[in-house]
Design a protein around this ligand. Structure first.
Ligand code: BG6
Length: 510
């Protein structure tokens, strides 16, 4: 991960490692979808602009739609910034985009694909290195990998590499995730598999590791002796947009918790890895996920909250209830909000609850991790009118990216009064605004073969093990009071109660 140079560097800075592996064809399954247009092609273009793509590179889009190569190029490059159109880098990038119409479920199409890739190899001297990116509906993941195996397209020999990126959702529960892992591991070695979680492409998420392990002052207090509890909030203002059909069968628990929220939790709670090698980092993430206490049915009822939004006002705009969204059943019992309390069974964290909440149509788009420290052990100012106060460290993931530490300071004046003040760092103020998609580093890492920012099979399964008991209890006891929060609020009252009964409260996000 750290080997990726920053995208602002002016010259071609492919590291020696990158140069060695940097001749490749990216095969994009599902190339006519939104992800390709909105994220993947813009990210590749940003890499091209930063001179982080080699000359020996081409993209082959594969999808059901009948499109000519010209139409495909038009479709995907129309999402690139207008100011770049016509530039040298734009023209050269555009020329490298190809398209093949195909039915993924048809085994014969894979021999056609092989032939087309052979031609691109010849033209771009890519040495037979292929990255297959599965940006398709999840039902195709297993089948495509199987066919890649049967057609030998996944076969690495004579120094060439073959890698496969698998988008989320990776399974819809523990059993299906295990089955998918078995299916793809029958064809691919673990080091050929890149299970993506786009949260790991976010600078601020990667920065959790740098913050914790490249600074000497925080780690000694990063434990049960000094920390009272930890909160992770992942709030969205959007509803289900055009994805009502998918979302109504998934729900927020499946959609966000085993993947994105667990990434935030594991990076916050893991032990220091022995090196920055992919497996060293992932070993520690997997270890802490395995240490999360699995909730039994009683605990699920007590320590988890689900919600669904009704109509309401989000940023001064009236929005419909979840049940009125396109593609959603009018009696839907699918949750659009989850809050839960988890405990981690290890020496560092025993007794320190982790409160997590995530939801759609909340009051603000805001993702953060709050480390709430304990109060000072001795109340020196107890005889003065001083408000009780404790330190908070907030790692802001999005949309504001930064870190702030609050502490008590004497308010100037003859009477002793203490106020809470902030010391804060904002990415944009130090490093400027960057219009990145978050996929740049992930695609770059696939190219150089660094899987640090990708999920290993055991991590995915550990994430599902944590949510599986909740899925079971919730399925057995359908919610009776949905919708239970208005769009534009911070979720159902029970979410506040979850902390209140422990004498705590969610940090107020303004
Ligand atoms: C996706 C979920 O994985 O993450 C979406 O499927 C969610 O439902 C999205 O909206 C959130 O991503 P971000 O980067 O906007 O926080």
């Amino acid at each position: 991960m750290v080997s990726a140079p920053t995208l602002t560097q002016p010259e071609s800075l492919l590291s020696p490692l990158a140069k060695a592996s940097a001749r490749w064809v990216l095969v994009l399954f599902g190339a006519s979808g939104d992800l390709t247009k909105r994220k993947l092609v813009p990210a590749l273009f940003n890499l091209a602009k930063a001179k982080l793509l080699p000359d020996n590179f081409a993209v082959l889009g594969v999808a059901f739609d009948q499109l000519s190569v010209e139409q495909f190029r038009e479709q995907v490059t129309s999402f690139l910034p207008a100011a770049d159109h016509g530039s040298e880098v734009f023209d050269s990038f555009r020329r490298r985009l190809y398209y093949q119409q195909a039915d993924f479920s048809n085994p014969e199409m894979y021999s056609g694909l092989q032939k087309r890739l052979g031609e691109l190899d010849q033209e771009y001297l890519t040495g037979g290195n292929y990255l297959f990116y599965l940006a398709t509906a999840p039902k195709f993941f297993g089948h495509i990998v199987q066919q890649l195996g049967q057609s030998q397209l996944s076969c690495q020999e004579n120094g060439r590499w073959r890698r496969v990126v698998i988008e989320k959702p990776f399974g819809h529960d523990l059993e299906s995730a295990r089955a998918l892992n078995r299916q793809i591991k029958a064809v691919l070695a673990e080091n050929q598999i890149y299970r993506i979680d786009h949260y790991l492409g976010k600078e601020t998420v990667q920065n959790i590791l740098v913050f914790r392990f490249d600074n000497a002052i925080f780690e000694p207090i990063w434990n049960r002796r000094y920390i009272d509890h930890i909160q992770i909030t992942n709030a969205e203002t959007v509803g289900v947009e055009q994805r009502g059909g998918y979302f109504d069968t998934a729900g927020t628990l499946r959609d966000m918790v085993p993947n994105h929220v667990m990434q935030l939790l594991s990076l916050t709670a893991m032990e220091s890895p022995v090196s920055f090698q992919a497996d060293a980092v992932r070993d520690e993430q997997a270890k802490v996920l395995h240490a999360v206490q699995i909730l039994d049915s009683e605990k699920v009822l007590h320590d988890s909250v689900r919600g669904q939004y009704g109509e309401g006002m989000v940023r001064s705009e009236r929005v419909p209830a979840y049940r009125s969204e396109p593609g959603v059943s009018a009696e839907s019992r699918t949750e659009t909000f989850v809050a839960l309390k988890l405990n981690i069974d290890n020496w560092r964290w025993v007794g320190v609850p982790f409160y997590l909440r995530t939801g759609k149509r909340l009051a603000q788009r805001h993702t953060e991790i709050t480390i709430q420290f304990k109060r000072a052990p001795f109340e020196l100012f107890r005889n003065f009118p001083v408000k009780k106060h404790s330190n908070q460290l907030v790692m802001q993931i999005q949309p504001v990216e930064g870190i702030s530490l609050s502490f008590g300071a004497k308010i100037p004046g003859p009477i002793l009064r203490v106020g809470s003040v902030d010391m804060s760092f904002e990415y944009s103020k130090y490093f400027g605004e960057e219009a990145y998609t978050g996929y740049e580093v992930l695609l770059y890492d696939c190219m150089i073969g660094d899987a640090t920012l990708f999920q290993r099979a055991d991590m995915v399964e550990a994430g599902w093990s944590i949510v599986d008991p909740m899925l079971d209890v919730w399925a057995a006891l359908p919610p009776r009071k949905f919708p239970n929060y208005s769009a534009g609020t911070w979720g159902p009252k029970e979410s506040d109660d979850l902390l209140q009964r422990d004498g705590r409260a969610w940090r107020v996000i303004e």
